[in-house]
Design a protein around this ligand. Structure first.
Ligand code: ADP
Ligand code: MG
Length: 698
């Protein structure tokens, strides 16, 4: 149970004074939060200022830096009301120069009242140059000498969303802080003292009312304190899961090798050296009486599925069942399609469980899993559900782990005591991040691509040349090519994304007719399957889609990938998308269509895509460019990542947090000491509380 002292923090922001439904909506858009609660008090609390408005700096107009927030003292000269739709302007000056204030769609009476002609006023806002003239659009404060005295000298500046005013988010943060109780210290006193960090509440108070600009910098003591708290919570949770897994006796399963040998003999290729090594690692883990918790990392197309199948075969040889779980329905079916013929030819009985099964079929499948007449089951998260029981599950393989959380991993491992877990991820993850997201899991890597794969020719093309691209596609289609056409995420709204894909679909249908299909997340499952099946069969030649095809889909005959608005995608996503092609024997082409002008980071990203296909290098570059969220694709998929810690600035705290967590658990595995109890609160605060349930006294 979450400690009662935290209850106010997990209430909706609507519980704060002055926050009505409209503001809740804006705050939820800014801070995230699932319906029906939306943004919570804790979300406002951890939404930290990115900058400050430093009112101690009060330059003369002539010296005021352009583009920065400043406070200037001016005399109001004259007003000019808008002619027609134009903005309302107010001309002001000091003894060094002039400034024009610009108001769009503003209430004139309010402006006249706030800026009386001939009077002195203090303004804060950003000065920009417009046709060589200084102007300030919508000053964020207009006060007289009296009003100035009541303004804070340094004011926090928060990341905002459209329609939300700085003062509203400031107020929300202050109210959230007021709801935050003084909490028992969970950091080690000696460590805290050596770091000279403030307490938790003190750190938040310092950040939300910064006295100097330095306070909000990533390396300030309050920031470091909170970043460490968050990293400690995550490392502790991972270490608890790990300790839990290790504490239970594992199964010691040695296969006979009979079934795996049959599968290997039936494969149309030889295993690569790294596939062989990975399998040896996995089989050694399974044979040892500990629980396997291993990460199988391999670039897109590196052949993880075969490794998974052979690992499952070994488990079945040892007399137990195995489960393979995919993040989406499409992928689960695809895995099944790959695995089933090989597995059944080798004598394995294979089943499927998804959220869309018909009731009769589902009942039959559940019975078969329970009585052991099925050896291997492939499925989606539906496998986690309580009513899915196994006769004797020995191995759970989770594909594309980053879309699941620790929570699901735990749910699955509860299906049987001591089961082995193999996590497969298609996004190569830099070493430092493996620790962050998976704790100290063992790891095997598939670094080489299977033989016979051709490099993909990647080109960057401006969207202005869309017509040429479409014509080129037409020519390729005549030679029998199959193509993916991916439409981007436009807004948070899936409906808008779907609309864009539908428009492009209609456009391409008008040119190429019924060879074109459409696939998106709002379609019914059966309709999706049908479109996919027609593309696999070659009946459809162009598959227009939103990013639902991002992960795992395998159609070796597809040789063209067009990504529209590629500048809006993260590197990891682009890499995943491109990995859909270059799988067969024909030459493949990836066209990244961008809309210029490109920002610095988007341009770099696209250039990296053109330069390399090495997933590990792409992952490292991605980390450099954008920080951790994108590397794992979590930002797009909306998984909770880190809210305070930023791995660019705080990576050096990861190792100490990891050591700290281990030491804590070595001394106080059940978290019952005073520090242990305080750490439980920390876990709840940063929502790593799945781990608490593992404790006997949890
Ligand atoms: P991943 O899941 O790692 O993205 P897959 O397991 O889907 O990759 O494999 C991609 C393709 O490569 C599949 O068509 C698979 O049959 C093939 N493949 C796997 N291993 C090998 C190998 N050792 N040699 C040649 N082809 C292979
Ligand atoms: Mg795969």
């Amino acid at each position: 149970m979450r400690p009662a002292i935290l209850t106010p923090l997990f209430a909706s922001v609507s519980s704060l004074p002055g926050i009505g439904p409209k503001l809740v909506k804006l705050l939820t858009r800014l801070l995230g939060g699932a319906e029906p609660v939306g943004a919570r008090v804790v979300d406002a609390l951890f939404h930290l200022p990115a900058n400050v408005l430093d009112r101690r700096r009060r330059p003369k107009l002539a010296d005021a830096p352009i583009g920065e927030l400043v406070m200037v003292e001016v005399v109001v000269e004259r007003h000019r009301a808008s002619g027609g739709k134009g903005p309302y302007r107010v001309y002001v000056h000091d003894d060094t120069g002039d400034l024009t204030l610009v108001f769009f769609a503003a209430q004139t009476s309010w402006i006249e009242h706030a800026l009386p002609v001939g009077e002195r006023r203090w303004l804060s806002g950003k000065i920009e140059l417009f046709d060589g003239m200084r102007q300030m659009v919508h000053p964020d404060r207009i006060v007289d000498e009296e009003g100035l005295k009541s303004l804070p000298l340094v004011e926090p500046v928060y990341p905002l969303t459209e329609g939300l005013y700085p003062r509203q988010i400031q107020k929300a943060a202050q109210e959230a802080l007021a709801r935050t109780a003084e909490l028992a210290e969970w950091q080690d006193p000696a460590w805290l003292k050596a770091q000279r960090w403030p307490g938790f509440r003190e750190a938040l108070a310092a950040l939300h009312s910064p006295e100097t600009p330095q306070v909000v910098a990533p390396d300030s003591a309050p920031r470091l304190r909170l970043a460490y708290d968050e990293l400690l919570a995550s490392q502790l949770a991972l270490a608890m899961v790990r300790a839990h897994n290790k504490a239970l006796p594992g199964l010691a399963v040695t296969g006979t090798g009979v079934i795996s040998a049959r599968i290997e003999a039936a494969l149309p290729f030889k295993l690569t050296a790294s596939q062989v090594t990975a399998l040896a690692d996995i089989r050694a883990d399974m044979a040892a009486p500990i629980r396997m918790l291993r990460l199988l990392q391999g670039d897109v197309g590196s052949g993880k599925t075969v490794v998974a199948l052979l690992a499952m075969a070994t488990m079945v040889e040892g007399g137990r069942q195995a489960a393979l779980m995919a993040p989406t329905e499409i992928l689960a079916r695809q895995h099944l399609a790959t695995i089933q013929p090989l597995a059944e030819a080798a004598g394995l009985r294979v089943g499927l469980i998804t959220g869309r099964d018909k009731a009769r079929e589902r009942t039959r499948m559940q019975a078969a899993l329970k009585d052991g007449s099925i050896d291997i089951v492939v499925g989606t998260h539906a496998l986690f559900q309580e009513d899915v029981e196994f006769r004797d599950l020995g191995l759970a393989i989770v594909d594309e782990q980053h879309r699941f959380g620790v929570h699901q991993r735990l749910a699955l491992s509860r299906k049987n005591a001591g089961i082995d877990v193999l996590v497969m991820t298609a996004t190569p993850i830099p070493r430092s991040l493996v620790l962050t997201y998976f704790g100290d899991m063992d790891s095997s890597q598939l670094r080489e691509k299977p033989a016979g794969r051709k490099p993909v020719d990647t080109r960057l093309i401006s969207l202005e040349r869309l017509d040429e691209v479409v014509n080129g596609l037409g020519r390729l289609l005549q030679t029998g090519a199959r193509a993916y056409w991916v439409c981007p995420l436009i807004a948070e709204s899936e409906t808008l994304d779907v609309a864009a894909a539908e428009d492009r679909y209609a456009h391409l249908v008008s040119l190429f007719g019924d060879k074109v299909g459409l696939l998106h997340g709002q379609m019914k499952g059966a309709a999706k399957d049908e479109v996919m099946a027609r593309f696999v069969a070659g009946d459809l030649r162009v598959l227009v889609s939103t990013t639902v095809i991002e992960v795992g889909v395998n159609v070796p005959e597809a040789t063209v990938m067009v990504v529209e608005h590629a500048e809006r995608f993260g590197l990891a996503q682009l890499h995943q998308l491109r990995g859909r092609i270059g799988r067969g024997s024909d030459k493949s082409t990836c066209l990244l269509l961008y809309k210029g002008p490109l920002g610095e980071i988007s341009r770099k990203r696209l250039e990296i895509m053109r330069e390399t296909e090495d997933g590990f290098r792409i992952a490292e570059e991605d980390l450099k460019l954008r920080g951790e969220g994108d590397v794992l694709g979590t930002r797009q998929s909306g998984m909770p990542g880190f809210r305070v810690a930023d791995l660019d600035s705080h990576r050096h705290l990861l190792a100490p947090a990891n050591d700290d967590a281990r030491l804590v658990l070595a001394r106080d595995p059940e978290l019952v000491s005073p520090r242990g109890v305080a750490l439980r609160t920390l876990l709840y605060l940063f929502e790593r509380d799945e781990a608490v349930r593992l404790l006997r006294s949890g």
